[in-house]
Design a protein around this ligand. Structure first.
Ligand code: PRT
Ligand code: ZN
Length: 295
């Protein structure tokens, strides 16, 4: 039945799009869509994809035009604080991409020594609710001036004294003579859903998708690590393996004092980790990617 297809809203084009499509692809789902189409279809599971502007996604999900969606936590939280929906969309889980921070930024020449400096001033932002909430938490009386875009030029145009804007590398602030001075909100892509119960058919599709997404997220940074090591260094090495459960220890043919250690590391394995392992006596260290994982 067509109404049993799960509808997911993702950003049509922008900083969330690539990560959202990649996630679906990693889940084994191919979205077929024509150029510029607002609608895509998945064949592997009964899922339809709506391609929207990111700002519209929380409302579409709240209004049940879509069942689930992927949006920045910054946009989701701003909408939630604005409180325009009786039954707003609800959070399912963070997805680990499109990471950025909403930062308060001030002209470089300010010697900023705390939020008090903003007393009575104007802060330009596209996120007035998040900004006001932060100002209130800091006990500062300042005005949040709404700007839809080009927030970073506001101080130069004397529209505002400071800005509260999304920062990822900081290059935009820097190019506009601004410096980040306080973190207002930490954000990443978020999976959201309609607050009401799904029909049993939709729930089954949702559960299948969740299982795949969880599998992708847990294996994303995970690596299979193998090495040879002195038998008496196994305990010390185990402590150095990031996010590893009990490793497998195997006999090495023709060697009584050395063993092979195999482990699944659930956190990133950096070069520094390998150096540490070598110092503990490990040799022939191999780090292999893990494609899929299911508990
Ligand atoms: O057209 P549509 O409305 O769908 O897209 P949009 O232009 O409103 O949003 P888009 O695609 O720019 O961002 C979508 C989401 O990506 C945001 O809501 C954030 O959750 C997340 N994200 C991650 C970012 C950034 N990184 C980011 N760097 N959103 C915006 N920026 C902008 C920021 O506003 C500033 O202008 O990039 C500039 C700063 O970047 P740096 O690297 O110079 O610091
Ligand atoms: Zn937008």
């Amino acid at each position: 039945m067509s109404e049993e297809r799960l509808r997911i809203a993702i950003q049509k084009s922008g900083r969330l799009s690539e990560g959202s499509f990649d996630l679906l692809k990693s889940c084994g789902l191919k979205v077929s869509r024509g150029k510029d189409k607002l609608y895509g279809r998945v064949r592997e599971l009964p899922i339809d994809v709506l391609l929207l502007r990111d700002d519209d996604i929380p409302s579409f999900v709240a209004d049940n035009a879509c069942d689930i969606g992927i949006v920045g936590q910054n946009v989701f939280e701003e909408e939630r604080l604005a409180g325009e929906h009786d039954a707003p969309a609800v959070e399912v889980m963070p997805l680990g991409f499109a990471r950025c921070k909403l930062m308060l930024a001030a002209p470089k020449e300010w010697s900023f020594d705390g939020a008090d400096m903003l007393e009575g001033r104007r802060v330009a932002t596209s996120y007035p609710e998040l900004t006001r909430a932060w100002l209130a938490r800091e006990g500062v009386n300042a005005r949040a001036v709404m700007m839809k875009g080009s927030v970073e030029v506001a101080p130069r145009l004397k529209i505002a004294d400071a800005v509260c804007d999304i920062v990822s590398t900081g290059a935009t602030l820097d190019a506009n003579g601004l410096k980040p001075v306080a973190e207002v909100f930490d954000s990443q892509a978020l999976l959201i859903r309609n607050a009401a119960d799904f029909t049993p058919g939709k729930q089954a599709v949702f559960d299948a998708l969740m299982k795949r997404i969880n599998g992708v997220l847990t294996s994303r940074d995970a690596k299979y690590v193998m090495m040879n090591a002195p038998r008496d260094a196994v305990a010390a090495i185990t402590e150095y393996l990031p996010g590893a459960d009990a490793p497998t220890v195997l006999e090495l043919a023709g060697s009584s004092d050395k063993v092979a250690i195999h482990a699944v590391c659930r956190e990133s394995v950096f070069w520094d980790t390998l150096e540490d392992l070598k110092k503990l006596g490990a040799s022939a260290i191999l780090v292999l990617p893990i494609e899929k994982m299911m508990a």
